[in-house]
Design a protein around this ligand. Structure first.
Ligand code: FAD
Length: 497
């Protein structure tokens, strides 16, 4: 065992939360070492796989201009950006988590969202409006919907490379293939971390450690243990390296756990996607336009209200619904009426897609599905639509069905305009909800309710924020907000000691 370097602060992981933490600790005058388990080519964790969508409070376009100084006059003139107020963010967090979300953490997240993105922008991260996925054109003008307007320039790939550049400029060292495995403490708190680098064990002495090494979504045994039977069969949407190391290390030294340990973020994901994420495809295997069509299972039956809410508020819980269907798959079905409205991920080469000019022909092509029941499902669905209500994808239009076992609440159009297309999906897990107990300063709390001196956590491995469901675009914002808080808290702690 060798002893190396003695940085002030060690950050475990090099995703969005970790790099924000590293930048904030450096700002407080600390020397920072970042340990990343992945090789450099696979750097960036789940954050790199994202579209870079970030949920942020803004009152009007002038707020957005502070985050995106490059917004042009014609973009402003041709876009209805609306607003996303702090009250709306509180309502969304409360509603989708069934009011379980920790109030202190929720407050820190929402109140810190705008200032944190501004801070990131000052550090060199650029943002842009999310026209491609969150706006529809209405009467010649783009209109944003669902409270999600801002994305990092270049998506997840861009976010990670801009954060790495920012870290590099500030002499923050990042060591790859360096896997943190054990936290060492004495009565004063954290004293060092044990790591494995290229097969060799090393001890790194430090007084503060920030854990930002993701959840346990890539660990099939833990998934089955905590999320339940069947979860070992889910595909992993992102990195293969988030196997719960940070959680285990902290629990081993007495950290308290909290949150929805049997819950996770999981979506409809291409049935034939690889076991883990593919950086060349990014989030392209997801299939999020189901509010515009219907989803059927192997029995040929619908199983959820596809139009219950904007997709931002249902997609993260519908992956679980798909996993619970016979043989863990479903087909999403659309017709020509909405083909142009489908998101860009429907046009990737790797999509599992079938098409036919007739519904009978499509039924024959839906592998694994009872075709006769499928045709009956479509007939009943078409006949149950309230056609008096106008279709409008930018609002919850109330154009639903009546009298079905499972009604569709919004955006219901008859499937009657050929060609018909269908996409086969299964469940793709994104990240797990259970995690470490932290306070609003991102300090990790132990089983007796005391702060573990020198230990901080941020990102996916923080518990208590998300339960059952999640408002789209909150993961990156939460990682950034709590990463910044963790880095600043660690810096203040060291400056005082
Ligand atoms: C396909 C996909 C699309 C998504 N889209 C969005 C989106 O548009 N907007 C949004 O807000 N969220 C999105 N998410 C969720 C988002 O990715 C996460 O909420 C967020 O990135 C988590 O950030 P993090 O820094 O906590 O973890 P990560 O970015 O996963 O970083 C954790 C890092 O820790 C490293 N690590 C693990 N164990 C160790 C160890 N023992 N030692 C050292 N390093 C270790 C990992 O290699 C990894 O690099 C998406 C996720 C996926 C998979």
């Amino acid at each position: 065992m060798t002893k190396t370097l003695s940085p002030d602060v060690v950050v475990v992981g090099a995703g969005n939360a970790a790099l924000c933490a590293a930048l904030a600790a450096e700002e407080k005058g600390q020397s920072v070492l970042v340990l990343e388990r992945a090789p450099e080519a696979e750097r960036g964790g789940n954050s790199r796989f994202t579209a870079g969508a970030m949920r942020v409070v803004y009152d009007d376009v002038s707020d957005l201009q502070q985050l995106m100084p490059e917004l042009t006059e014609s973009e402003i003139a041709n876009t209805d950006f609306g607003a996303y107020t702090r009250d709306e963010f509180y309502d969304d967090m409360g509603r989708v988590t069934q009011y379980r979300s920790d109030p202190d953490l929720t407050e820190a997240l929402i109140e810190g969202s705008f200032s944190t993105l501004k801070w990131m922008n000052r550090k060199g991260v650029r943002f842009m409006p999310m026209y491609g996925r969150q706006a529809f054109k209405v009467d010649g003008k783009f209109k944003f919907w669902g409270g999600l307007t801002v994305e990092a320039w270049g998506g997840g790939e861009g976010l990670i490379s801009q954060l790495h550049d920012a870290a590099c400029k500030r002499n923050i060292r990042i060591e790859y293939e360096a896997r943190a495995l054990k936290l060492v403490t004495d009565d004063t708190g954290i004293t060092s971390v044990e790591i494995k680098r290229q097969g060799k064990t090393e001890i790194i002495r430090c007084k503060a450690i920030i854990l930002a090494s993701g959840g346990f979504e890539a660990n099939s045994e833990w998934r089955t243990r905590y999320l339940g039977p069947g979860w070992e069969l889910a595909k992993v949407r992102g990195t293969r390296f988030n196997t719960g190391d940070g959680l285990k290390m902290a629990i081993d030294i007495g950290a308290a756990t909290t949150g929805n340990w049997s819950g996770c973020h999981a979506v409809g994901w291409d049935r034939n996607a690889p076991e883990f994420g593919d950086l060349d495809v990014g989030d392209g295997f997801q299939k999020h336009s189901y509010p515009l069509g219907i989803m059927v299972n192997a029995n040929g039956e619908r199983f959820v209200d596809e139009g219950a809410d904007f997709r931002n508020y249902t997609y993260a819980k519908y992956g679980r619904e798909v996993l619970m269907q016979p043989q863990q798959f479903a087909w999403q079905v659309f017709d020509a009426r909405v083909a142009d409205l489908l998101r860009d991920e429907y046009r990737i080469r790797q999509a599992t897609r079938v098409q036919s000019d007739t519904l009978d022909g499509l039924a024959d092509k839906l592998e694994g599905v009872d075709g006769q029941v499928f045709l009956d499902t479509v007939l009943k669905y078409n006949n149950a639509i309230d056609a008096e209500v106008k279709f409008d994808p930018t609002v919850k239009d109330g154009r639903g069905t009546e009298g079905l076992k499972i009604n569709k609440s919004n955006w219901a159009n008859p499937l009657d305009m050929p060609p018909y297309v269908a996409y086969q999906i299964t469940c793709g897990i994104t990240f797990t909800f259970g995690g470490l107990k932290v306070d609003k300063y991102a300090q990790v709390i132990d089983d007796d309710g005391h702060v573990i001196q020198g230990l901080y956590a941020a990102g996916e491995l923080v518990g208590g924020l998300f339960y059952f469901n999640y408002p789209g675009g909150t993961g990156l914002t939460s990682g950034a907000v709590f990463g910044k808080i963790a880095g600043a808290s660690a810096g203040d702690y060291l400056n005082k000691s």
